[in-house]
Design a protein around this ligand. Structure first.
Ligand code: ATP
Length: 356
């Protein structure tokens, strides 16, 4: 019997709010975030095979691990453990067509993992419910459950505890991509160092000498070194204790939630926020220029997406987004742009013949 391959389309995300709380004992930060799925999609196809393999094509394909480190492979293995009867073959050939840039703060790897879960659930006729898939997803990665769900949703914990948000309307975005990615753990570590440095500055009191390298931490100028953000050395490596001290619990922006219900981008734009942005800027000072250019060109909201380095610009409407994309390209402040809109559905099976 020939089994038809299954193809799933899965969106990237931006975070409309990313509030980063204290570092937890398990090494993760407590988060409150507003996820928003946008129409920049990867496609993942699975078919039965003698042994599991993964092939990646498209944007940044060379930067994606080809073996068991690939999140789609991990997701398929996790689903096999949760759903396959003992002894039944769970080997699959996985094909990933990437349009979501890698290590860009758009959760492309998590998206591929979610797509693999949905595709294998279908291929194996495993019959897991959305809630069961979500539980498997949470074990694979923090953003995977959201890529299953899509839309606009509040994430808590590591981001895996989701509540659908009441958002109205469609929002038009321009994403500005950077050359090279940023490692999410490195951005969180930089965030901890900046916070610890700020705490030291506050404790020292006004007029007291600051430890060297703290200008950028306190917003004066970019950190000079991008080598793992080690420029703020006095507190490097203390990202648990010092960094966590005095960091408030993250809080959902009720103003943003109200604005999202209004369907008015002009109300949403000024309320976009990302606690990781200073850390991403400290590691990539040149992103300041990208953000300024977008604002000067009329974006009604501008922020680093997640852990960066992608910058996301909110436009008034589809036409404004097209104009903004053209102007940003002309300004030479990024390696490329993509226009997209949100919210869109999470990982979805697409009928044979409709995928590219
Ligand atoms: P995050 O979800 O932490 O915000 P990100 O969006 O910044 O991450 P991803 O594109 O998800 O970044 O990639 C993060 C890392 O995951 C990459 O550097 C890559 O080594 C690894 N990875 C594993 N599988 C995949 C995949 N299928 N696609 C992209 N990256 C993958």
């Amino acid at each position: 019997m020939t089994v038809t391959p299954v193809t799933v389309r899965v969106p990237a995300k931006v975070n409309l709010q990313l509030a980063v709380g204290p570092l937890r004992a398990d090494g993760y930060h407590e988060l409150v975030t507003v996820f928003h799925a946008v129409s920049l999609f990867d496609e993942v196809t699975v078919r039965p095979a003698d042994r599991t393999s993964v092939r990646v094509s498209g944007t940044d394909a060379a930067a994606v691990p080809a073996g068991r480190a690939n999140l789609a492979v991990r997701a398929a293995a996790a689903l096999a453990r949760a759903a396959r009867p003992r002894g039944a073959s769970s080997a699959v050939a996985i094909e990933i067509r990437k349009r979501i840039p890698v290590a860009a703060g758009l959760a492309g790897g998590s998206a591929d993992a979610a797509a693999a879960l949905v595709a294998c659930n279908e291929l194996w006729q495993a019959g897991l419910s959305a809630a069961e898939l979500s539980a498997v997803a949470a074990g694979v990665g923090s953003d995977v459950a959201f890529a299953l769900l899509g839309g606009t949703a509040v994430g808590r914990g590591r981001g895996e505890q989701l509540t659908v948000a009441l958002a109205a309307g469609t929002y038009h975005w321009v994403l500005a991509f950077s050359p090279g990615g940023l490692s999410t753990p490195e951005v969180y570590a930089a965030c901890d160092r900046l916070r610890a440095a700020r705490a030291v500055g506050v404790a020292a009191g006004p007029g007291r000498a600051r430890p060297p390298g703290l200008g950028a931490a306190l917003g004066a100028s970019p950190v000079a070194s991008s080598a793992g953000g080690r420029a703020v050395d006095p507190v490097a490596g203390s990202s648990g204790g010092e960094g966590a001290a005095g960091v408030p619990e993250p809080r959902l922006s009720t103003e943003l939630m109200v604005a999202l219900r209004s369907a008015d981008p002009a109300a949403v734009g000024p309320l976009l926020s990302n606690d990781l942005q200073p850390a991403a800027l400290s590691l990539r000072p040149e992103l300041r220029r990208t953000l300024s250019a977008g604002r000067e060109l009329g974006a009604i909201g501008a922020m680093v997406s997640g852990s960066g380095p992608t910058c996301a610009f909110l436009a008034a409407d589809a036409r404004h987004a097209r104009d903004l994309a053209v102007s940003l390209t002309g300004a030479g402040v990024c390696r490329g742009v993509a226009g997209c809109h949100g919210p869109v559905h999470g990982a979805t099976v697409i009928p044979a013949g409709e995928h590219g």
